[in-house]
Design a protein around this ligand. Structure first.
Ligand SMILES: Nc1nc2c(c(=O)[nH]1)N[C@H]1C(S)=C(S)[C@@H](COP(=O)(O)O)O[C@H]1N2
Ligand SMILES: [Mo]
Length: 217
């Protein structure tokens, strides 16, 4: 694996400041998802790139993905193992906490529900920590991962996801803010107790529901 670019210190500092200031909060929540656009968001037609400034370059012959922690059957997949799993395409909207939303994205990949069938989380497991090849981490409640529209995605609009957008494989979890959708996903640890990931340690919400403005924790 190699990387390019440098850590985006200024962007990271700005986002941490926004969390402290409660930037973009409207006070107008929409818990029933009555409107397609969550409060404080605006629709964009491009697809911005947001990350810490490191783009891991990953190759199919060395790529590995693994799952462990509070599960009955930990697993390790090569690229061929991953691509041999059942595939599914989901049309979804993406909502980034910096305020952009992008509608009607077709992602293809392995349904998270299928992964759950294979690893069988133990009775006490309620959260997962996602860990990526750029050392990014984010925590997600299991309830939100166990949804039909959650994918281990490798394609967008029928084409392989580019490296800058998290290819060859990233999580897609449409119902939470996009910082929960880890790019370049490497490992998932199932956990009984919640623990904060990268942005959650810097003021962002432990769950991150866009319709109830769970931007900051
Ligand atoms: N591995 C990793 N995943 C990540 C990030 C990151 O820095 N590293 N940034 C998150 C944030 S803050 C957002 S908004 C989305 C952006 O995805 P995109 O660049 O494809 O739009 O990825 C999320 N997943
Ligand atoms: Mo983000």
């Amino acid at each position: 694996m190699s990387s390019e670019g440098g850590i985006k210190d200024k962007l990271i500092a700005a986002k941490q400041r926004w969390a402290k200031e409660g930037r973009l909060l409207t006070g107008q929540t929409d818990p029933g998802h009555k409107r397609r656009l969550p409060p404080g968001q605006r629709e964009v037609h491009d697809w911005p790139v947001l990350d810490l400034g490191i783009t891991p370059r990953l190759y199919p012959d060395t790529w590995q993905f693994s799952v462990g922690g509070a599960v009955e059957k930990p697993l390790k997949w090569s690229w061929a193992d991953f691509m041999a799993q059942p595939q599914h395409t989901v049309k979804c909207d993406m909502h980034c906490v910096t305020s952009w939303s992008r509608y009607d994205n077709d992602f293809t990949g392995v349904p998270f529900l299928h992964l759950l069938d294979l690893v069988r989380p133990r009775a006490g497991a309620r959260f997962a920590m996602l860990r990526s090849f750029d050392d990014y981490t984010t925590n997600v409640p299991l309830d939100h991962l166990a949804d039909e529209d959650v994918l281990l995605a490798h394609a967008w609009q029928g084409q392989p996801i580019t490296a800058e957008h998290g290819g060859p494989m990233r999580l897609i979890l449409p119902k939470l803010y996009l910082w929960k959708s880890a790019k370049w996903l490497r490992h998932i640890t199932f956990m009984d107790k919640d623990a904060p990931g990268y942005w959650e340690q810097r003021g962002y919400h432990m769950r991150g529901d866009p319709w109830t403005e769970e931007r900051y924790g």
